[in-house]
Design a protein around this ligand. Structure first.
Ligand SMILES: [Zn+2]
Ligand SMILES: [Zn+2]
Length: 367
């Protein structure tokens, strides 16, 4: 089954396009309870099919366009959708720009969560669904007197410094850290990589393989980061890591690689939903071949490589288009053979966690 388009951006509010919560796909809906306009069903669906309510954040600054199954009580009353219920803490919305920043943050989060659901990964609220292993987001604003909020993850809690939603502030930070790419969505994809490492890799069947490929995470974390910020990355980082920050510690390497896996799966999915794919472009890279993956037991590894090679060709063209417009490269990264091997482990971990992630491979079949 191919991955369905998972666009989770906010359509015009008079639109009846909404995000269907079980499959993370966009659907047309119509109201079935006209008297209260409270219940919705997909256009053309039989009467016995599920009915939904709109997310309670439809009418807040978050402007959420997701649905909640009428029998799903975990989102409270009025119900919050699977994405909105993950937000545990909000900053003071009466402060300047706070509502605009919240909208930008929730839009990025909806894009993230629709991808995670589409991949079949567990996405449950630590607050209302799975206190031990669930996930929540604390969106925090630094007080003027400090200390400054630090974006990060700890035990299922993703903290975001909401100032990252201020374009000017984020760009300044990006330039000062010499990063080629810094976005809200990138932050979320990176931080959830730490969360899923804890859930899917730590003490699992993958842990030993993880250490072989990503190095030993027991190396002193604080000292490693300090070394990175004091001395910079090793000179050859580009041959071994997807970003210079990934070279700071094994956990950061995993989170950065995980984020890139989500970048490429989501972007290829979007491209394909509009009839675009890397295989039809007139740009030819030297393709990655099976030997870059080393030893593994993935019988469908060739299809994984097709996805990666399609990504290289598509982003090559998109980068050329960016240059034609005089804007920064669409995908300002280079995938080396060791990085492809790391991406393959992320892919296998996700495939092992979710049978529906076979859908990722359909990207290759459709190419
Ligand atoms: Zn919502
Ligand atoms: Zn990190």
């Amino acid at each position: 089954m191919p991955l369905e388009p998972a666009h989770s951006s906010v359509p015009p509010l008079n639109s009846q396009q909404v995000l269907q919560p079980e499959s993370a796909t966009v659907q047309e809906t119509e109201t079935v309870d006209v008297s209260s306009a409270a219940l919705w069903r997909h256009v053309g669906a039989p009467e016995s099919s599920p009915r939904y309510r709109r997310c309670a954040n439809l009418t807040t600054a978050a402007a959420c366009n997701w649905l909640v199954n009428e029998y799903d009580n975990a989102g409270g009353s009025p119900p919050l959708c699977r994405c909105c219920r993950l937000t545990r803490t909000l900053p003071d919305l009466s402060l300047p720009n706070a509502e605009l920043w919240w909208l930008r943050i929730e839009m990025a989060k909806r894009r993230l969560v629709s991808s995670l659901i589409g991949l079949g990964l567990p996405v449950l609220s630590k607050q209302s669904e799975d206190a031990e292993r669930g996930l929540v987001f604390d969106l925090l604003r630094s007080p003027p007197e400090g200390p400054h909020v630090i974006t990060g993850h700890a035990d299922g809690v993703i903290t975001l410094d909401v100032e990252e939603a201020d374009d000017a502030w984020r760009e300044k930070r990006r330039a000062s850290l010499n990063e080629p790419y810094r976005t809200l969505l990138g932050h979320f994809r990176h931080e959830c990589g730490h969360y899923y490492w804890q859930r899917l890799v730590e003490n699992s069947q993958w842990h030993a393989t993880y250490r072989e490929i990503f190095g030993d995470e027991r190396e002193d974390y604080a000292a490693s980061l300090k070394r990175h910020y004091d001395n910079g990355p090793p000179a050859d980082w580009g041959q071994r890591f997807v970003s210079s920050y990934a070279s700071s510690h094994s956990w950061e390497d995993w989170a950065e690689t995980w984020a890139h896996y989500l970048h490429l799966v989501d972007t290829l999915d979007t491209a394909r939903s509009f009839g675009l794919d890397g295989e039809r472009v007139e740009l030819h890279y030297e393709r990655f071949t099976p030997d870059v993956l080393g030893e593994h037991d993935d019988e469908r590894a060739d299809q994984f490589l097709d996805v990666i090679n399609g990504w290289m060709e598509l982003t090559g063209v998109l980068n050329e288009l960016s240059r034609s417009m005089g804007v920064p490269d669409f995908y300002p990264f280079v995938l080396s053979a060791p990085v492809v091997k790391k991406l393959h482990l992320v892919h296998r971990v996700i495939a092992g966690a979710a049978s529906t992630s076979q859908a990722v491979l359909a990207l290759a079949e459709a190419a």
